[in-house]
Design a protein. Structure first.
Length: 316
């Protein structure tokens, strides 16, 4: 493990609030997914794939993808059941199904990618890196959902209720009683250390997305099923659990964590970085669970430094 470097390369100045990148539905053997594409701003860029977390969407990567557009051709997926993707076949929200989706997307592109994952998407990306290393150029994990001994003290009290048969309906009704703006604000307060950093337009976009998803018949199944799939993986993985898999990762890796993460404890950051041979660790003071949203510029500089180091190693 080493402390992550930050690239000094100039970054583009972004508009105050970028709109979501355009996308389209892609048909895979594991089901349909909506895939957003970031236009590149330079020739000879390499492919990158962004994977969001539980309850998130491809739009979680809008700013970071723009900052990296001079180096990578970005694609951000809405995992089945989230964003604009329909639920998966047979309502299979297991971690292994998520891994199959990501592997299919990479194989479909025909070239190894720079893989970036946050939270649930970080766990999925970790598994892909450990089991299919030939598909990756580099790996970036932002607060990946690896299991710890206990939940952070300020975690969401609603989430555990979704795991209990019977009680999950109570939790779902509680969520439905909230207005879209209240629910969007709750999610932002959970994921950000400082919710005041969210521009008003971003809050409006999040509110519109909550309102849209509340009309979908599978909205609660997707959240509950994904959370249960995550916990089931923790309990059943055995020798293929994430901590053992992490020790087998052999691709250049960057681990990013915010000190104020309310969902996955930052105390796991050094442990994970030590488990992954040669990885880089960046701990961001005063940042929460979604560093790519709350501090995209520092996150981009760390990713660019990883890409630079990987390129130097490849050309030797």
């Amino acid at each position: 493990m080493q402390v992550a470097e930050l690239s000094a390369a100039p970054l583009p100045e972004l508009a105050d609030v970028l709109p979501p990148w355009p996308g389209q539905t892609v048909i895979l053997a594991s089901g349909e997914v909506f895939l957003r594409r970031t236009p590149t701003t330079a020739p000879d860029t390499e492919p990158a794939l962004y994977v969001h977390g539980l309850g998130g969407a491809a739009t979680n990567w809008t700013d970071l993808a723009a900052l990296l557009a001079g180096r990578v051709s970005g694609q951000a997926v809405d995992l089945p059941g989230f964003g604009q993707s329909p639920p998966p076949p047979r309502r299979d929200y297991s971690i292994r199904a998520r891994v199959r989706t990501v592997v299919e997307l990479i194989e479909r592109g025909g070239a190894p990618v720079h893989l970036l994952g946050n939270s649930l998407g970080g766990l999925v990306s970790l598994i892909v890196a450990a089991t299919r290393p030939e598909l990756l150029r580099t790996l970036t994990l932002i607060s990946p959902a690896v299991p710890g001994r206990r939940l952070p003290a300020r975690s969401d009290p609603t989430l555990p209720l979704l795991l209990v048969p019977g009680l999950h309906r109570i939790a779902e009704r509680r969520l439905m009683r909230m207005s879209p703006q209240e629910r969007a604000q709750q999610v932002i307060e959970l994921c950000f250390a400082d919710p005041s950093r969210i521009p008003a337009q971003r809050l409006a976009e999040a509110t519109e997305e909550v309102a849209r998803r509340q009309e979908l018949p599978w909205v609660h199944d997707a959240l509950t099923g994904s959370l249960r799939g995550l916990v089931a993986y923790y309990l059943r993985a055995g020798p293929q659990g994430p901590w053992r898999l992490a020790r087998s990762i052999d691709v250049p890796t960057l681990v990013i964590w915010g000190t104020e993460d309310r969902l996955v404890s930052v105390s796991l950051a050094p442990r994970l970085a030590k488990a992954i041979t040669g990885s880089r660790l960046l701990v961001l003071p005063g940042i929460g669970h979604t560093a790519q949203l709350e501090d995209p510029r520092t996150t981009a500089r760390a990713v660019l430094a990883l890409l630079d180091a990987s390129a130097r190693t490849t050309t030797r």
